[in-house]
Design a protein around this ligand. Sequence first.
Ligand SMILES: Nc1ncnc2c1ncn2[C@@H]1O[C@H](COP(=O)(O)OP(=O)(O)OP(=O)(O)O)[C@@H](O)[C@H]1O
Length: 416
Amino acid sequence: MARKIGSRYTVHQVIGRGSAGTVWLGEGPDGPVAVKLLREDLAADQVLVGRFVQERTALTCLDHPRVVGVHDMVVDGSDLALVMDLVQGTDLRTRLEHDGVLAPLVAASVIADVADGLAAAHAAGIVHRDVKPENVLLDLAAPPGPGGAPRAKLTDFGIARLVDAPRRTRATRIIGTPDYLAPEIIEGLEPRAAVDIYALATVLYELLTGTTPFGGGHTGAVLRRHVTENVPPVEGMPDGLWRIISECLAKAPASRLRASELASRLRLLLPELAGVGPLAVPAQRTATEEAPTPGEAVYAEADAGRGTHRRRRGPAVPLVPGPTPDSTRDTHTSLRRPSAGELASYAEESRAQRTQPAPGAHRRTRAQQIRRRRTLAVLIAVILLLAGAAAAWTAFAAEAPAHAAGALSGAWHPRL
Ligand SMILES: Nc1ncnc2c1ncn2[C@@H]1O[C@H](COP(=O)(O)OP(=O)(O)OP(=O)(O)O)[C@@H](O)[C@H]1O
């Protein structure tokens, strides 16, 4: 079903859905484009429309091969649309879901591409603020990079901030996706370029291990870990990659690499990563296993219905035509920022949990608890069954002589 967007674009087919709207395959005066049509409620928000128009230049000025370019913005009646480069391929989340983990060479090459895009954005004074696998598109039509790695492009610059900002963002709220939030954002500092580096290092860790370093469980637990915990070394992780990840996940923003440094450090490592197989990682965790501590319970509401770990799906433009992906998932979010007291209590909880040093270990302990509870339940059931059987036997034994006598006499009498 074709539909006109403004006077210059026609859209034909939905190629994906995100929390802010629907992405369509379209046609413009210069050829095929991707058109992100914002949700009606957002498009009807005059403050939001005003902000989009104000930021038009910032959004459309970024021209870099590793960034999905925004060519145009259309405000037309009830339509508010961003016209973008059309990327033929898939997004990094879908690739990760398909593969589980990526080989170190492929992961490093993809992240180096994204770091190049970020370097260009940061040089232009733009902070992305929502770097995550969903916002990295893999251009499968372009010649592959080292080790056959697909070329990556970063998309959705500033969209989370624009969409969340007008009505919901106050000094007390956080914009972003919990797993990728730098600690300084949680502590209330103004997000600078280093927040993107922290998020990108989180993505690199996730590509290599299949899980984010501080994710899992309720949002409050995730925020606490960002602020108070350090990532323990991962068995089998190539040293060079581990050093880069640790530097970029530093709690102090100033200690992190800059985007251009990150890109060049990763590229220097590529030759030694050639031929290194993907890490052997344990089975995926189940995020819902972890119950919130009292301090974290305040975030349960933010988690409800959002499914911070629901992962999705959906190609950008599939090279092989298939069914239209339905990618309805709320990925970025506006959260209440924890108070200083809550952060301090998170730190206390962290100290109390010293026997559970790593998020992975934390989750394993929780799984063990569940197993222990199940074993206990089975034991109690067996004990109750045995007790019942014993009581029944005692009662039977007490009555047995009389029954036996009656039965014997009853059995014999007729024959007498
Ligand atoms: N420029 C593009 N070219 C091709 N496909 C795209 C493009 N931009 C987005 N897509 C696809 O459209 C889908 C939805 O993208 P969108 O940016 O709306 O949401 P998201 O980033 O996945 O999630 P959210 O906006 O909730 O963070 C994704 O599957 C993505 O792969």
